[in-house]
Design a protein around this ligand. Sequence first.
Ligand code: LLP
Length: 418
Amino acid sequence: MEIQNNQLHLGGLSAEALRTNFGSPLYVYEEDSLRSQCRRLLKCFDELHQQQRLQLHFAMKANSNPSILKILRQEGAWIDAVSPYEVQLALDCGYRPEQILFTGNNTAPEELDFCVENGVPLNIGSLLTLEHFGKHYSGQNISLRVNPGVGAGHHAHCITGGPRSKFGIYHDQLEQAQELAQRHSLRIVGIQSHIGTGIFAPEPMLEAMEMILVLAEHFTELEFIDFGGGFGIPYRPEQQEMDVNALGQQMTERFEKFCKEYGRPLSMKLEPGRYLVGPAGFLLLSVTNRKHTPEYQFVGTDSGFHHLVRPTMYGSYHRIWNASRMEDELETVAVVGNVCETGDFFSVDQGNIQRDLPKTTVGDCLVIADAGAYGFSMSSQYNSRPRPAEVLVKDGQAQLIRRAERYTDLLRTTQELD
Ligand code: LLP
């Protein structure tokens, strides 16, 4: 993004022009950013990547627009999928079955069948699922999702390791898992763990890595170890980027040491979601209203938590710009949406819902940053409001990659009453 003549530009186009051409609200993605985030992360693990011992499995739950999936495939990403339709979509976008790793949770038998029929490798995270799988698919290769007993994340709901998390086989039950696998002639070729999301410091990732490596020693047929996703991005203006390069170095060194002791050059898998797509995405919206109470100056908009739920759901901070007047004098306002709920705030900041924004009038175009991950993919039609369009921008060109929904889309799956 850049500022020209007091206006915000994305991919070489002014936000206002994008709004004129594609309507509001609108998701906008910068293609260059998608590609560069992917290249950056691969570079951090270059040593392993050069030896084809690193696979970045994009966690497509963060953003499953087919055009974005295709761009990331061009950049060498593979896929972390969590549902049969994610698998189907990845296959339809050209990913080969062996490039997809299915990590379900509370996985239904039909989901296992679907993956096996399509040749997609499975990562199994419960003893019962493992037993069921073994009975039906004896002789297969599998990997195990392990809960190493530690977790981290930007919000309690986003911590996926530790005794309060439903994910993975708890580390003290791994012997049972091995017995089950043996009984059904399953080969455990991988160990996976994902301790949480929005992690902004290397320590929890390295700590979890240590614990996983200790567990991995007990498995003799491993081909890979998968350390999951979780790489955080800076959402706040004052936040420095996490030094992923240093983290990559540290993880690689530790991994190579392990492989030496293990006696084989294993592959490392990672499952980044947010890091690859978060910074590339922007939610563009329009100011429809102004009002004030004794406490707040409200700026009302034509979008809401049905389009970007992170501020409401986790209290997550996202930068907000007045794209129509980037450098004008500031005022303190609460930016809210058009959903009929009081918690429909965009300008959340740890309990404070007001922030400084260049003076806003009705008709201004606002842009919410870092909305590329868990933005559109978590959107809904709540209040019977359709989802917005998505546009990809690059070098002053914009391409519609998903049209906005219409009234008929809201009714597409309903049955008419007599
Ligand atoms: N692998 C597994 C097994 C996961 O469950 C997830 C995310 C990832 C990888 C990718 O994590 P990432 O690299 O994006 O941190 N809705 C929340 C995030 C939920 C993430 C769920 N699992 C948010 O908006 O912050």
